[in-house]
Design a protein around this ligand. Structure first.
Ligand SMILES: *Cc1c(COP(=O)(O)O)cnc(C)c1O
Length: 417
């Protein structure tokens, strides 16, 4: 048994009693999403032979084709492209955007600055990396208002005849703002349609899947992407991403992923298929465990005086729990504490480093079975003021609880609390 002070353990027990009602609400979302997934498996008659994987060109891999159909059903989309060949969430989002945008077109993000790794995907004209702007695709972004809402006046002013795609990021990412609920995204879609009905609404759904009973593609979003080493992989998918939405846009993304003319017809699944199916089956429940853990985390950190986003009582639409610390030392101690509670790599001590794709040194706690898998308990923070730590995931609620206790204990031990 890890050594926690009796005072801290008592605080944990008190907090668990306080959050019990909120935690029970999560079970309802889990039940709804669990059945949604099972129904999709049943409708597409998933069988054992679908799990066997494929090699070479992998023409007519039924497991891969049915997987796409199951995902499309779960997300209420016309079509889906679910592949282990997506190397990360960024690659998946990049493929979706390059799939539909052409030189001279323009992308406008209306939820402020997108997630750090996308800055290089957007790039600069002439940067030589093959970024969107290097290819002559225009880019604009509209900052959120002071109270974290879409600035519609500015959006209307920003849209030009060249604008083709409107980007929405559901999750807060590394920003101290609220995440957008599916209902809010549905309202955004209506307003965007009123500006121009042919705009393609794209949602970066990373971290959002199964945290609510509906997904953005069920409220009118045209194209959406996410990572399989986050929510929908259920902690079991070993790599990959998904794109779903209107069939013609998903097909264009498939041409970008492989090659024009080939699209979704090829792509060996090797041994990944079973994990991706089983991960999807597990995802609603595992996401529920993680969310319950986040509620506990928020309540604990609030109890000792830190600001959190969301606070423990608020409804959630993603996995991310942000906690605002007073100094870089506290922040680093928090991340190191999370690492200390891991089953994997608890003996290593994370340090800030210059991660590819990020603009500030980042410290990450990731004692995970899947490298960087963030449906597993992990914590990260860019080392920049204000000192905000982001934690997410947890395959089991108990693990998150220990992670939070360990982080607080570690701050106490270093006299940072
Ligand atoms: C994680 C994430 C990404 C990028 O995914 P990677 O797998 O880290 O490349 C993009 N957008 C959001 C909101 C994310 O949370």
């Amino acid at each position: 048994m890890a050594t926690f002070s009796e005072e801290l353990l008592q605080l944990g027990r008190t907090v668990e009693e306080k959050i019990a009602g909120k935690v029970r609400e999560i079970d309802h979302i889990v039940d709804t999403n669990q059945w949604k997934v099972i129904e999709a498996f049943q409708r597409r008659q998933v069988s054992d032979f679908h799990f066997s994987g494929s090699t070479g060109y992998a023409y007519n891999d039924r497991g891969r084709e049915v997987l796409d159909e199951v995902y499309a059903d779960v997300f209420g989309a016309e079509s889906a492209l679910v592949r282990p060949h997506f190397a990360s969430g960024t690659h998946t989002i990049s493929t979706a955007l390059f799939g539909v945008l052409r030189p001279g077109d323009e992308l406008i993000y209306i939820t402020g600055r997108p997630y750090d790794t996308l800055h290089k995907v957007i790039g600069q004209p002439g940067d030589g990396t093959g970024s969107l702007r290097d290819f002559g695709i225009g880019y604009g972004e509209v900052a959120l208002t002071a109270d974290g809402e879409v600035d519609w006046e500015a959006v209307e002013a920003a849209v030009t005849p060249a604008t083709k795609v409107i980007g929405i990021q559901r999750s807060r990412g590394y920003d101290w703002r609220a995440s957008f609920t599916v209902q809010q995204i549905g309202e955004m879609v209506e307003r965007i349609r009123a500006i121009r009905s042919d705009l393609i609404v794209f949602v970066d759904n990373c971290y959002g899947e199964f945290t609510e009973e509906l997904e953005p593609t069920q409220v009118g979003v045209d194209l959406m992407a996410g990572s399989l080493i986050k929510n929908p992989g259920g902690g079991l998918a070993e790599t990959g991403g998904y794109i779903c939405g209107k069939a013609r846009y998903v097909d264009q993304a498939a041409y970008r992923l492989t090659a024009p003319g080939i699209g979704r017809e090829v792509g060996a699944m090797l041994g990944t298929t079973r994990g991706i199916y089983q991960g999807l089956f597990m995802a609603p429940s595992t996401v529920g465990q993680a969310i319950k853990g986040s509620i506990f985390a928020a309540a604990m950190f609030e109890e000792v005086g830190f600001q959190t986003k969301p606070s423990w009582q608020e409804s959630r639409t993603d996995l991310i729990q942000a906690v605002s610390f007073a100094s870089a030392d506290q922040l680093i101690s928090f991340v190191q504490g999370i690492q200390k509670a891991a089953a994997v790599d608890s003996h290593v001590v994370p340090e800030p480093w210059d991660m590819p794709g990020y603009e500030h040194p980042v410290i990450m706690a990731a004692g995970t079975f899947i490298q960087g898998g963030s449906l597993e308990l992990s914590a990260d923070a860019p080392i920049r003021a204000p000192y905000i730590g982001y934690m997410q995931g947890g395959l089991t609620y108990s693990h998150v609880k220990y992670g939070v206790l360990m982080a607080l204990q570690s701050m106490k031990d270093y006299k940072l609390l």
